[in-house]
Structures are given as structure tokens and as C-alpha cells.
Design a protein around this ligand. Sequence first.
Ligand code: NAD
Length: 354
Amino acid sequence: MAKVVVLPGDGIGQEIVPQALRVLQAVMADNPVKLEYEEHLVGGAAIDALGYALPQETLKACQKAEAILLGAMGGPEWDNLPAAERPEMAGLLPLRKALGLYANIRPIRVFPALISASTLKPEVIRNVDMVVIRELTGGLYFGDKGRKDNPPSAFDTLIYSDEEIRRIVRLGFQTAQQRQKKLCSVDKANVLESSRLWREVTLDVAKEFPDVELTHMYVDNAAMQLVRYPEQFDVIVTENMFGDILTDLASMLGGSIGMLASASLNGLKGLYEPAHGSAPDIAGKNLANPLATILSAALMLRSTFGLEEKAQLIERAVEQVLDKGLRTADLAKAGERILSTSEMGDAVLEALGK
Ligand code: NAD
């Protein structure tokens, strides 16, 4: 029995997470190792019930679990709290930190049926299938920062240790090894000392992976290449801030934000969540697209539990549903029939033969 903590959180999290759970339960029904699900409060829902965005009980359960499935945190109800007490600041960031989730993984794939949903031309994005790996607990966002007087100024420090670089780059190589065996390391080694160390360490780690083709790209060029010729990428690995910007850019290749899954990992342990937020504008209306959360559940089976076949079953079911023309409101074109959140969940289960 392996433990999964389920955190629906706020807004549409309450609607999309149950659909992902139905799908997980269906594909895992015949698996010898069972998953045990334990639901906990987090975010605004936890503030309302217990006064804290990340209650001790929730954190302890997450520390004991192998994997966590999260919906989203935050919403206008909690926007007037001081910044440090808001659900995202007091819930999500401390949770990632406490669990040491240093690697953020975002698969970016264009489902054939959704090619027309992207803002880019079909011929540019048709064969996009990449994974972006972003370092999540180091770099500029976590280095020394502050203000000075005379003259008034501010500073942020971009610092990376050899070991921090080594573990994320190694994950990049391992991921590439399971795919097309192409790794692109993104840095700014022409300007930044931290990037020069990044490149040295990457070259050193590359010796362990002779079967993977390694390239280096400056971040400004990578931004351009992602919209010019995105098909060239298999796996991208990069530091925290570059990854923050590039993952948002890359997310638009696939069309709707309602399709994007993500994983934050520390070894095999992982937090799996859709890339979008709590969508307060459509919360409680059974309108949200549950597919990003369902695809996050597939990532969980692959990355934490090593169940590649089960993960692919889910991904193929999602593809079939889209091929049939089934759409939630965010994906539908004018005049197309719109499925509710739960109807989309039903459609995926049907595609799975459940
Ligand atoms: P958002 O991602 O919640 O919504 C942006 C737009 O995309 C909205 O129009 C929304 O309706 C739409 N959208 C998002 N997910 C969708 C889905 N599954 N199906 C259909 N449409 C979808 O971003 P926002 O509006 O900037 O933020 C809302 C709240 O969520 C804020 O409180 C923010 O801080 C929080 N947030 C949380 C996380 C997280 O928990 N990881 C991430 C981002 C934002």
C-alpha cells in the first residue's frame, strides 16, 4: 500500500481533483500495489477551517506520503490578507520547501486535436513533444536579497552550488535517456558566473550519459527558438528564473492552460498539480477543464510509482477524448458542444473502458 495525499485546495480544485481521483482509481483497480488516498485541507479552505494555509496535520501527512495530488490554492476571498498569510505564500511555497521539491517537470505536448487552439501556426507546433525541467529551490529567488540607502538601491543574489546543479542536470540526462536522448541545457554562460559553473558541471555529468546528445543554449536564444522551431527540443534543463519564464512561454505552445500538468520532485517523492490556478471566475460552476489534473495524475504514476503503462493508458484516454471532439468550455470553438467538468471525467473513464 502506497500513500497519496489529496489536497483539492480552493476554487476549481474542489471540482477537478475528484475527476482525477476517479481516473486514478479506475486505472489502478487491477494493480497489485494499491494506492491509499488521504484527503487534507490546504490553502484558503484550511485558513477558513483552522486558521492556517498549511496546517501541521496536512504537512505531516505530506511528509509521510509518497505522492501528493494538489488542485490549486488561493482566490479573492483571501486576497485582503497580508501577503505572507495568503494561501499561495503561506501554503504552497512552504509546502514545496518543507518537502525539498527541487525539480519542476513540465511536459509540453501538442495534442493533434488541439493544434488549432494554439496562437502559433499549426506547422510550427504540430510535432512539439518536450519536457522542461526547472530547478526550483535555488538561484535568484532564494539567494540573499535586500535594500541599501545612499543611494537607494536593491539587490538579489544568484547563487548555485555545484551539488544543486549536479542533481537537477542529472535528472535532465535521466529524463532524456527515457525519451529521444537529447538534452538542451539553458544558461547565460556568456555573462553570468553561476552559468559558467552550470556549464562546467553539466559537462562533467555528461560523462555519465554518453548515449545522450547534449547541447547548450543561451536563455535569450532559447526563448526565440521555442517560438521559432519548438520541435527541435526533447528535454530542456535550466535554473530557477530562466525556467520560470521559459515554462510559461512554452505552455502556450499547447493551447489551453487547462491542459498542462506539472510535477515537483525530490527524488521519487512528488507533488503533482495542474499548471493553472484556482480559476475563481468559473469556480463552483462545473465548467473547469479537469484534463491538466488528470494528466498530472498520469505523471504521478510514471514518476513516483514507475507505472509507465498506466500513465500511458491515461494519456491515451485523454487523447481519444479530444480526438472525438469532446471539449470543455476553455477548448471549445463557437458552436461546439460544451462538456461540464464531471462529463469530461465521465468521457475519460469511458475511453479507459471503465
Ligand atoms: P488561473 O490559472 O486560476 O486562471 C487564469 C484563467 O484561466 C482564468 O480565466 C480561468 O478561468 C482559466 N482557467 C484556469 N484553469 C482552468 C481550467 N482548468 N479550465 C478552464 N479554464 C481555466 O490564474 P489567476 O486567475 O491568475 O489566479 C487565480 C487564483 O489562483 C489566484 O489566487 C492565484 O494566486 C492562484 N494561483 C494558484 C496556483 C497554484 O495553486 N499552484 C497557481 C496559479 C495561480
